[in-house]
Write a protein that binds this ligand. Structure first.
Ligand code: BDP
Length: 701
């Protein structure tokens, strides 16, 4: 064989096995351990299904595809079978075993050498089928399997910020996955993959368009397109929502106003809502961004958020759908504190929202910063159903180049105590409805999906979609467990490699924070693109879009005093939280500069001055990225080549950019602190001006 031919075969064979990431965590690769494969095969000889329901059909076919891949043999789907090794899918509203389950919950148990997946609903059975596959993918024993699981949160939702023109706001994985120009005629097979992936982690709702919404999505032309998507997603248990533009009665309906108390406007929404239901009978509802960042809303007519939300809830009255109203609102007040605005605008409205309304609150009070204290609305609205909004897309968290696993960040927020009803009143309990006995509950995540072959850009970004869904189902799961599941299902079957990668993922968020926003700094990213550092940004269309508004660096120190001197935002929290965060000596260092303006030379409990501590953290970030690279190198034999190289390359970019963040912040803040970089750290080898120019070099402007 000539050298060229050999090379050709090598390339072809590597292509044949290359994992392009398109299968996400449902890769169902053959289990390498033959013994283990055989032991599963004994328990999976037939899939027994006695119903023609479409969702059950999907569940049985998923099991079939999954088992075929994992075990390397075809498992027949049959109506009846005798003997052992049956996987029985059973929908039974009244079975005693299902009584403690919620509608979507499922149970998986062994009955005389057979495995039963049982639920009150077809969707529950589908979730159970995915759970069984996950158990096999992650090498769990199925002998005497006994799992009972119900979701802790009712609406587990992705928010797509996708536009009609094909772009995705804050999307870093290509263009939109919704092919508007092809719909409703052509159904891209990726919609089905999307539905499978979501169902596999229990996501049951999706809002398909940007919250900065175009009225176009409410036209008959678009409703037909959305109907086509809804028809694909329905059998997977996913309901479709639409983000709406509050001015639609004017722009689409030709009315003179969009005032929510105007009878014509109300009529318009009633009719539009009816019309939508003709296309999508199980329409999930509306998602609304109003009077926020220039979007229209009820305040344009002197009305409140509740007036706007309740009008839409009224239109939704005859139907099962709901209204999700976002609390992400703030005014451009140079003397105000954006931290307080959502709380202050909504607090007087607590108790006035229609029961069909859920107010969706971002995890933190500013805007998806890499680390924020929990939003003070959580725990302070006993009479309003509050939903959580996390960002899965990594707008401020390295976009698609930095490895940042977000489950620990989500969990940090969910497990902070609000003390609203005494100790143990965690944010999670507010969200899942248990604290105030709410009848509905919501966790939404801003999606990170796009047209990229691997859906999410950075191969590890898939893990954040996965983790979001798993936590929305069960927020008690640990971040490690979720990471380890995802790795085994997606990247490798090697236990030792899996352990090392779990470790990398668990370190990744603190590492990212250390070179970008240590000690509770926030909002110092580049203007508009939100990538890379720009702590010097002092002028923008609005003061609260600059960096100096947030870090308040001066000759004395750094940080935004929210204990009363600059703002009294800390008072929005319960007394116990105020006590924890209000004293700069005791405030956790991760939140310190969120609440305190700390002198540069002030000794922190680490034994170092604020300035030295900052430097140590900024310098440690890139060092840790290097360690991530080293660890990644050691798992090379256990990872698909394409994925390995893709991550390796991105880790190099991450290292370079960690140094960019470090130098930008150290040089810039050094001009205020007037203190040297502490030894043995070496001062940056470039000047502040050189670092400022990097934005241009990277074509970010
Ligand atoms: C900000 C994004 C902006 C979004 C906004 C929102 O930069 O693109 O429209 O959040 O949540 O973080 O509405």
């Amino acid at each position: 064989m000539t050298k060229q031919l050999l090379l050709f075969f090598l390339v072809i064979s590597s292509l044949a096995f290359a994992d392009d990431g398109s299968r996400l965590w449902l890769n169902y690769d053959l289990i390498k351990d033959a013994k283990q494969r055989e032991s599963y095969a004994q328990l999976a000889k037939f899939i027994v299904v006695s119903s023609d329901n479409q969702t059950i059909k999907i569940a049985s076919e998923e099991l079939q595809i999954g088992l075929q891949g994992l075990l390397g043999k075809k498992v027949a789907i049959v109506k009846t079978a005798t003997g052992s090794g049956r996987i029985v899918l059973s929908v039974n509203k009244n079975a005693p075993s299902t009584t403690n389950l919620s509608e979507e919950g499922y149970e998986i148990y062994t009955e005389k050498d057979n495995i039963v997946i049982s639920s009150k609903t077809e969707t529950g059975v589908l979730y159970g089928a995915f759970e069984l596959l996950r158990a096999i993918q992650t090498g769990k024993s199925l002998t005497n399997i006994s799992i009972a699981s119900s979701p802790k949160i009712k609406i587990r939702m992705l928010n797509h910020w996708d536009n009609a023109n094909g772009t995705v706001e804050r999307g870093y994985a290509g263009s939109t996955m919704w092919k508007w120009n092809e719909l409703p005629y052509r159904i891209d097979p990726r919609y089905i993959m999307y539905a499978r992936a979501n169902a596999s982690i229990g996501i049951n709702a999706t809002s398909i368009n940007n919250v900065n919404a175009s009225s176009r999505f409410l036209t008959a032309e678009y409703l037909e397109k959305i109907k086509a998507v809804a028809d694909v997603l329905r059998p997977y248990g996913i309901r479709v929502f639409i983000s709406v533009n509050f001015r639609s009665p004017r722009t689409l309906g030709g009315l003179k106003t969009s005032d929510p108390l105007d009878p014509e406007v109300r009529k318009w929404w009633n009719e539009k809502t009816k019309e939508i239901h003709q296309y999508i009978p199980d329409f999930g509802g509306y998602l609304v961004k109003a009077n926020s960042e220039g979007e229209p809303g009820p305040q344009d007519y002197g009305r409140t958020h509740a007036d706007g939300a309740n009008m839409l809830a009224d239109a939704m009255r005859p139907f099962s759908g709901i209204v999700i109203w976002r609390a992400f609102v703030y005014n451009a007040d140079p003397n105000g504190d954006r931290f307080k605005e959502g709380y202050e605008q909504f607090k007087p409205l607590d108790g006035t929202f229609d029961p069909k309304v859920i107010v969706q609150v971002k995890n933190g009070p500013i805007d998806f910063m890499p680390r924020e204290p929990f939003h003070p609305m959580f725990g302070a609205f006993p009479k309003t159903t509050l939903g959580m909004e996390f960002q899965i897309t990594q707008e401020y968290l390295g976009q698609s180049t930095h490895l940042t696993y977000l489950a620990p960040m989500y969990k940090e927020c969910l497990y902070t105590d609000t003390y609203a009803k005494g100790q143990g009143s965690t944010v999670a309990k507010v969200i899942d409805g248990s604290l105030y006995n709410a009848s509905n509950s919501l966790m939404a995540g801003v999606a990170n999906t796009g047209s990229d072959v691997n859906w999410c850009g950075h191969p590890f970004n898939q893990s954040n979609w996965y983790a979001f869904g798993r936590l929305a189902w069960d927020h008690t799961l640990s971040s490690e467990q979720i990471a380890s599941e995802w790795i085994q299902m997606t990247l490798t079957q090697s236990k030792s490699a899996g352990q090392k990668i779990t470790d990398m993922m668990m370190k990744s968020h603190p590492v990212y924070v250390s070179y970008t926003y240590p000690l509770g700094t926030a909002h110092m990213m580049g203007e508009s693109h939100h990538y890379g550092p720009e702590p010097w940004l002092a002028k923008s269309a609005r003061p609260d879009w600059t960096s100096v508004y947030y870090h308040r660096a001066d000759s004395i120190g750094l940080g935004f005093d929210r204990t009363g001197k600059l703002s009294n935002a800390l008072q929005l929290y319960s007394p116990e939280v105020q006590k924890k965060w209000g004293n700069s000596e005791q405030c956790p260092l991760d939140y310190l500069l969120w609440f305190h303006h700390v002198p540069w030379s002030k000794k922190l409990r680490t034994g170092r001055s604020l300035w030295d501590e900052l430097c140590v953290r900024y310098y440690d970030g890139p060092v840790q990225v290097k360690r991530l690279q080293d660890t990644w190198e050691t798992v090379k034999p256990d990872i698909d080549t394409e994925t390995f190289e893709s991550v390796k390359g991105r880790l190099k970019i991450q290292e370079k950019e960690a140094l960019w963040w470090r130098d930008a912040c150290v040089l810039y803040f050094g001009e205020y602190s007037k203190m040297p970089v502490p030894k043995p750290l070496m001062p940056p080898q470039r000047t502040l001006n050189e670092v400022k120019k990097l934005v241009e070099i990277y074509h970010l402007r």
